[in-house]
Design a protein around this ligand. Sequence first.
Ligand SMILES: *Cc1c(COP(=O)(O)O)cnc(C)c1O
Length: 406
Amino acid sequence: MDKAADLSKTAAFVALEDEVGAHNYHPLDVVIERAAGVWVWDVDGKKYLDCLAAYSAVNQGHCHPVIVEALVTQSRRVALTSRAFRNDQLGPFFQELKRLTGFDRVLPMNTGAEAVETAIKAARKWAYEVKGVPAGQAEILVFTGNFHGRTTMIVGFSSEEQYKRGFGPFAPGFTMLPYGDADAVEAAMNPNVAAVLVEPIQGEAGIVVPPDGYLKRLREITSRHDALLVVDEIQSGLGRTGKMWAYEHEDIRPDVVIMGKALSGGLYPVSAIVADNPIMDVFQPGDHGSTYGGNPVAAAVGLAALRVLVEERMIENSAQLGRYLLDRLRAVDSPHVAEVRGRGLWVGIELVPGAGGARRFCEALRDEGVLCKETHENVIRVAPPLVITREELDWALVRLERVLTA
Ligand SMILES: *Cc1c(COP(=O)(O)O)cnc(C)c1O
């Protein structure tokens, strides 16, 4: 930080957090105190355009008034009942998700990782009870570069050494295959495979877009081998790629869809899985649950978040401005850029190895008023809220172009 910043409120908050918090993150030193739509303001009054959108949790824009209203109103009525009793918000929320996905049933949780755990439980129990896999033998196929959350079970099948180091022993039952290679999935198929767990586009790996037809082939292979296709749409879903669900780009219907993040528009942790009866019916009372999962505030917020996403045409905006963003970034003539890829308002700028890493570009962008975050060493992720306008996007693009060509 420079000298002027050393005297700022920012520096004081950064110092406090670093002193008393665990050091499990390496954030950019921007201390945000309020936000609206695509904009955030720091404690020193500086304004930024948010091009991360909390990893796609705020697709609907920060503090969307309709979602805030749902949160406040429901908080005053009843916030938590636990699922020991019923509440009047849960059914309508489920109904809306059913309508938007076309699946029979919904199982709500809170964080994305919990929804992934839920999907794994569903797939394994389905394998034993419906498919007939011998007890304890169920296998789940996963992919290099995957990101499905941070629980000990989930990090156990990560290909990222840092996510696992020091946290073992890990749960068995997962087989790692190269992402994007459908032939490898075909070759790995055997009667014990319960499911293939896949991100339609890998977000944390650096917006990695698989070859065209990949999901279609996974659908065909899993169907032929009587295994489930489980898609993790926690980051790719809810409009990010220009469709409600990223799997729609390949016209397939998976067996289980995992969602989270923007399911609440950033107001509250809300996640869920959806599936049809033959899978969801493996859960009997007492098999699985969560104290906060499906609470009335979560349901009210989730319903509002889904409604504004659709009614305010944010998904169409993502498709339209996403194409524009990709075209503009691909046209940038920079010696630092190796590749620009993405779909919808979700773009990864991969830098060449000699560029000095994505972090310094994200710091330069912050100084220009644009908040991006590096993913791994060499990728800058650009993923603004889906409410962004053409003018706001142009404002960010001028700064991106300046920083990338400096
Ligand atoms: C963020 C994310 C998760 C984990 O969600 P949390 O709410 O952080 O637990 C899982 N899968 C994908 C694809 C994600 O992007």
